[in-house]
Design a protein around this ligand. Sequence first.
Ligand code: APR
Ligand code: MG
Ligand code: MG
Length: 199
Amino acid sequence: PMASGQLSRAEALACSGCRHACHVMLYCDTNTLLFGSIPIRHIVLMQMRFDGLLGFPGGFVNLSEESLEAGLGRELLEELGVAFQILEEDHVDSCFAPASSPASSTSPRLITHFYTKKMEEGQIRAVETAAVTTATDHGQEVLGMVRVPLHSTKGGGGLASFLSHSFVGNARFQLLHTLLRLHLVAPEELREALARSLK
Ligand code: APR
Ligand code: MG
Ligand code: MG
């Protein structure tokens, strides 16, 4: 059964009166060690947005002009400066964004579509470089790419500290859900970081 607010891709596409936005988590494996001893294990990319919130790259898609994946590719070119081919098979889930204010109850509902794409470490590094050199949104809609720390330090730093920042929409949930689903962080470690982040 799907979590509340979730809908299938077909159901989501059938809502022509809805607004749609697509975002992606780009990630890779790595052998890099932090301080020469703590395995980084994976690089997971997020971004600092113009509104001061952390989120995933992507944005609004106009279904009357482009497919979900083509729209996501266009947003990624603007925000990351790299041409991507995101495929239907990279789609993870779609859900209704919760109505945030009384005013939004009269505007079309927003459906957010989430994708994940595994890359090579060199490709991730190339994205980080392009994001500050060729991306047209750099310094405007996107203030910088950030890597998510997946490790936990004894003092509660690392992932727990990262999770205590502010996130746009359901980006925080998408991050947690994906780290778990793709086995990028062990369930106990994730639970502990989550508990610490709420303190
Ligand atoms: N999960 C869920 N929702 C998200 C996520 C996420 N990870 N990231 C962003 N959103 C929401 C945002 O709150 C926003 O309402 O999806 C919507 C569109 O995503 P953005 O990435 O912000 O859209 P984008 O097309 O890249 O451009 C931002 O929107 O607010 C305007 O004028 C502003 O030009 C700007 C544009
Ligand atoms: Mg954008
Ligand atoms: Mg965006």
